[in-house]
Design a protein around this ligand. Sequence first.
Ligand SMILES: C[S@@+](CC[C@H](N)C(=O)[O-])C[C@H]1O[C@@H](n2cnc3c(N)ncnc32)[C@H](O)[C@@H]1O
Length: 229
Amino acid sequence: MKRPFSSKRRSALAASLALGAVAALSSASAHAQRRNPLERPPLGNSPEESRVLAVLDEIHRTQRYLSVPEADGRLLRMLVESTGAKQVVEIGTSTGYSGLWLLIALMKTGGRLTTYEIDRGRHEAARANYDRAGMLKLATLVLGDAHAEVAKLKEAVDLVFIDADREGYLDYLRKLSPLVRAGGLIVAHNMASPPPDPRYVDAVTANSAYDTIFLNMHDAGVGVTLKKR
Ligand SMILES: C[S@@+](CC[C@H](N)C(=O)[O-])C[C@H]1O[C@@H](n2cnc3c(N)ncnc32)[C@H](O)[C@@H]1O
């Protein structure tokens, strides 16, 4: 005669069914994603690139803190790699997600990232993530208030990425634009959501020294400003 399940066995069975359901769901969604070529994830073309992509995937799943969406990260990589940018400055490191997208490109262009973060815990998390991804050697992580710290920069910059305190964007633009080489880019995150500082938007759209377009505005939104030659 079959013995009825004890309550312990019943909960173990329920837990295993739940895990099975989660696994089936995630494998179904991975399968659906693979079937839609428009949603395929990026593919590494070397062990180094695959290693960074694996860390990016893990940060995306487990330890994002206000990080850019994946599409914006991929856009950053494209902007850096396609323009051959070598000196890249990022304001707002957080745990290093956007920085790793910039670093994938810099690994190919032979460049370097300087990134600023005011919060010690996130600064240290980013350092650990860059290290795991094998990218620490290409990065200078600065802990402190970027409004004061960027004033110490002297070298020409090819691309600036601003993703920090909303009301600080105009100050970052004023301080960093003189260092951006003619033909270089100033990229600003959160141009749609949360709403950007209108003074920054005015500064990059109503000045003939710049040309600015806005991308991925259905999500957080990215402003890409060309400092004209
Ligand atoms: C939106 S998160 C950056 C996300 C990151 N770019 C990514 O996508 O992974 C903004 C970060 O800017 C930092 N931040 C805010 N004000 C700052 C300042 N004055 N100087 C440096 N970092 C600042 C915050 O601590 C926060 O970690």
